[in-house]
Each structure stands twice: as structure tokens, then as C-alpha cells.
Design a protein around this ligand. Sequence first.
Ligand code: ADP
Ligand code: MG
Length: 696
Amino acid sequence: MSTIPELFGSLVFDDKVMRARLSSDVYHSLRDTINKGKKLDLSVANAVAAAMCEWAVENGATHFTHWFQPLTGITAEKHDSFITPAPDSHVIMEFSGRNLITGEPDASSFPSGGLRATFEARGYTAWDPTSYAFIKEKTLCIPTAFCSYGGEALDKKTPLLRSMEALDRQAMRILKLFGNADVKRVVTNAGPEQEYFLVDRDMYLKRKDLIYTGRTLFGAGAPKGQELDDHYFGAIKPRVKAFMEELDEELWKLGIYAKTEHNEVAPCQHELAPIYTTTNIASDHNQLTMEIMKKVARKHGLVCLLHEKPFAGVNGSGKHNNWSMATDKGVNLLSPGDTPYENAQFLVFLVAVIKAVDEYQGLLRMSVASAGNDHRLGANEAPPAIVSMFLGEELTAVLEAIETDSPYEGTEKKRLRLGADVLPRFNRDTTDRNRTSPFAFTGNKFEFRMVGSNDSISCANVMINGAVAEALRQFADVLENCGGDFDSCLHDLIQNTIREHKRILFNGNGYDEAWIREATEVRGLKNLRTTPDAMQMVLVPDNVEMLTRHRIYSEAEIRSRYEIMMENYVRTVRIEALTMVDMTRREILPAVMRYCGDLSASLNEKKAAVPDLDYKYETKLIRVLSGLIDGIDEAVGALEKSIVRIKGDNTQQAFHIRDDVLCRMEELRGLCDQAETLTAADYWPFPTYGDLLFGV
Ligand code: ADP
Ligand code: MG
């Protein structure tokens, strides 16, 4: 048994391994590529590939794959073995620089949203040297981007890398104005906290809804849910503990900094928080984390549910995307500093984020839209569907003071002069943790809480990076042309930005009905309740302009993403609806009818034996159940008809689902759940909410 430091990163071709196995020249060329994006030449690639192959084979690998993130949301890999024929019918293990740098997966069945006609179906993958290669199941995995031959991005990594570059370009302009001569680069960081559910695998296998859709489509509430809050941070059960221990080990081997694990609010819900890292790597790591969670769960007789809403009436799962910007010198740009000058710089970046979130609230909401997440956002739990920002009391007071040129009512009452005064120290731990805020400042980072548990974090980060890059670009345009008085120019810029965008700031309770009204009617904020609504945002001309200006997406790429997202939504709900029909007709109705039939038979026997009694309860129950059976039959018929009407282009289909299919599903579910509460437990065809939620 090796120690944790030995274990950590043991399956990663990381800096330590590179240093040990590459010649000094090769190592430094590669480092230049990683750090500065310099082009890699083939001789270096060949040397790196040879070292990688040798290392991978020593560590048990037999195959290699270009590992990438197509637009389906999962990761994809196609394995090739290292085996190369050699003379005398021998084989050698070989891997060339060319194999490392590019690959051509036969990718015709990955969605491209019209970007790639099938006759030119082959996209290509290109090595992303900034994310280390790793070994997973005897396979050397090389993180790659996936593009069409026309150069259009067909994956989630490419736009993320582009958005990081956009933010770097604009943030550097601002830093230069503040005289940071030593800074070479600005990077964005992310620490995604991942929520998940664990259920017993034997029970899972008895529910078609869980198998086909990842969530329960039926199920009456259990007598006990999460109301006692006794699960939150409670003692971890032995079976779950064993799962977490193995999960940690597997993640550590891959160099993933799994740091804290605890129980969440709902029964059988848990959370894993990693230590933050560069967004691109955080995104790769989060994809791997989700995959490994599922794999390890199986080994423990469990199933890991990553759906946003596996159970109705119980909190769903999200991902809290902690986000910040930092220089290559490790200075966090969202951290208030110790000098007046650092503080002024902090305020510029802070108000840039405020402006970005306000102006691109539609894109942020869009970036987390999915059929699953629709059940969470706006459903009186997690964050609401309206994007707003929480800054905490102290920082809000500072901004108010700047906005109105009035004294800051802090510990000592005085006027704040930008560039001359030091900001008060914000005590990180006293910032009230506003759990309902979609976008909260938590001391030196923002926490974007709307991301769905099953989603890749890349789209959310692309939109945050892009929006902030645009705000910084506009700021730099102003500040670079201040003329003499930089300080007053800066003051006006910050003050105007606060005035224009303070409507997005909200420190109150986001679940409140009054807030929904104020946000939409008074402040004019967007309330996008469903995926089809949210997806329209990506087509809004201002948004397209921003994304293309910063070269994050081309117009064709935006259009293709729109089509894929709408299609995904349609497919997801359609599968759910079909699963409901199947379960209703083949499991639920037969069970209720059998129970009702048995009741009737026994009632007849009793009536024959003792004719002078009323048998009131039994008679009533048979009546109610028979009524429900007819009601269920009608509802399932209506759902079937509605499914048939899913027609037209992706947009028409998605809106039909939003307006018709979903409410029919809900109606059917209501009746079936009612039948469940009236049917004897041993007749019910699959495990109940109580079984699932308390069965681990
Ligand atoms: P909190 O108590 O506010 O939730 P934690 O320190 O527990 O903060 O961190 C929560 C998550 O935020 C972790 O995944 C952590 O790595 C991440 N995080 C912390 N600092 C930063 C930062 N500067 N940038 C991005 N993510 C961060
Ligand atoms: Mg947190």
C-alpha cells in the first residue's frame, strides 16, 4: 500500500514525470508550448510520444486514445493499441509524435448540428498539451480538442480554451494600465463542487425510469423526506464511506485533488469538492470525476445518480462552479488587496464581473439549460431561474458609497478615494452565505450555482469568461484613453458601472415570490424557466456579437450548438415520456388491476359467507381504484397522442414538449402516485421512494 503522496498523480504524465523522462531541450520546448502556447515541432512531439509510451507501458497500459468531449456531454475515446509489427513476426510497443498530436476518430455519429455533412464525416482530434495525459483502464488517454476539417469546434474544450484566451487578452490590457509589468498571463480557475445521489443497485435495476432516464418518473413521497435535515453533514454510512475512500484513491491516482466529501441535504445525497485549478483542467477533471464516481459506485453495489432531479419533492443536485481570475504569478484578481492601488484594481475586476453578469444574464442561464436542470431552477430549491448576484453586506456598502460619493459606513466612517484609500478587510467567514443566490461572491471568488450536476462545466465557464472579457475590453478602451487623470477616469468608470448594473445585485432570498415579481417587473431581469426559452438567448444578436468578436464561437458554431441543445432536450424528454407509457401500461396498471381484482374476489367471497354486512371500506376502495385505473388509462392515452405530435424542426418540437408533453407527463404521474398510496405494498411493481432514499 503506497502512501497518498506516492499515490497522487501516479497515473499522470505530469511535470514531474516529464522532467524525469524528457531531455532538457525537449522538456523546455514542451513547457513553452504548455505555458505560452508556442507551436510544437514534430521532433519534439516524437520525443514526447516515445517517453509517454515507455512510461505508459511500464504502468500497465497497452492502448492509447485521444480523449475528447463531443457535444453530447459525455467524453469519448477510441482505443488503439501500441502494438506495431516488427520483423520476424514480433511486435513492439510504439507511439509516434504524429499519433500524439492528431487523430482521426471515425466520428460520424457525434452530433455536429449541421456543421459537418456526413460525406465529410471525419473530424480530427488535436492534442491539448495544457492538460496532462493519464492512464485509465490500461489506456493512455491524451486530452484533445475535436474539430471538423473546416476548423469548426465540434467539442466543448475548444471554445473553453478560446474563452480563456479572450479573457487573458483583455485582462492583460487592464493589468498593464495598473503597471503590472511582470505579469505575462491571466488564467481563469474553477473549483466545481459536485453533488450526487447514491442508491442501491439491486433496487435501481428494478426501475426502468432510473435505467432509461436517470430519474424517477413516478413515486409517491415517502413519509420521511429531508425535513429533519438530519442527513446534512451527518455521519457517513459505512457503505458510503467505503465508496468515498475508493473514489478518493482513484481520483488521486489521476491527479485530481478530491478534497472534501460530505453528506448533502437530501437523504442519500452527497457532495465532492476538488481543490480548484485552471478552468480547462478543472473541466477535464470534472468529466473524469463523474465517470469514476459511476464506476466505483458499481463496485460497491451502488449506482451514482448524477441527474439534476432524481426524486420529486427532494432537493436535486447541482454543481457549484467556483470561479476566479489569477495572474501567472498566482495573484488572485478577485481578492481585495492590502494597498490602495491593489484595491482599485480589485474594484475594476469586480465591477467588470457585475457588468458581465448583468449584460449576459441570458447567456449564463442558457449555459446551464437542460431538461434535467429545468426541474431544479425555479422549482423552489437550489438557485432560482433568475440570474442575480450576491456580494454580501460589506462589499455592497462599499459599492453604494462609491456610487453615491458618500462616506463608507464601515468601522470608521470616511469617504473612499479610489487609488488613495485601502478598502476595509472583508472578513471572509462572516460574509453571509446566501444559499439561494445564483452567482455569489465568496470572499475571493464567485460561485455560480446554477450548473446542473450532470452537465459539463465548460459551457458555463465559456460564457462567464466571454462576458467578463467583453466588460474588460470596454473598460480598457476607456482607461487607455483617459488622458492625464487616470484616477478620476477610473472613479467615473467604476461609479457609472455600478449605477448601470446594480439591478443585478440582490442580497435577499431568491425563493421569495416577491423577488420574482421585483426582479422581472421592476428590475427587468430575465426569468427563463425552461430550456427552450433559455436556448433562444444564444441567438440574440448582442450575444452572438460578443461571442464572435472574441473568437469564442463562429456564427455557424453557435447555430450548431443551438440545434444540438434543442435536439438533446427533445430526445431526453421523449425518452422519459415513452418510459412513462411503458411503465404505466406494463407495470402500474397491471399491478393496480391485480390488487383491485383480488379485493373484489375476496369481497365476493365474504359477501357469500356473511351477506348482511355493508363492506363499506372495501367497496369504496374498489370504486376509487377502478376510477383511478380509468383515469390513468385516459392520461396515458393523452400522453401517447402528445408524443405523436412531437413534429417539425428542433425548435417546434422543443416548444411542443414544453407546452404539451410535460404537463401530460405530470398529470399521469399524479394519478399513478395516488394509486401507489392506495395499493397494498406487496403489489407495487418497483421499489418506492422510501426504499430508494433510505435503502443504502
Ligand atoms: P466555500 O467554503 O466558500 O465553499 P471552499 O474553500 O470550501 O469555499 O471552496 C469551495 C470550492 O471552491 C472548492 O472546490 C475550492 O477549490 C474552490 N475555490 C477556492 N478558492 C478558489 C478560487 N480562487 N478560484 C476558484 N475556485 C476556488
Ligand atoms: Mg461552496
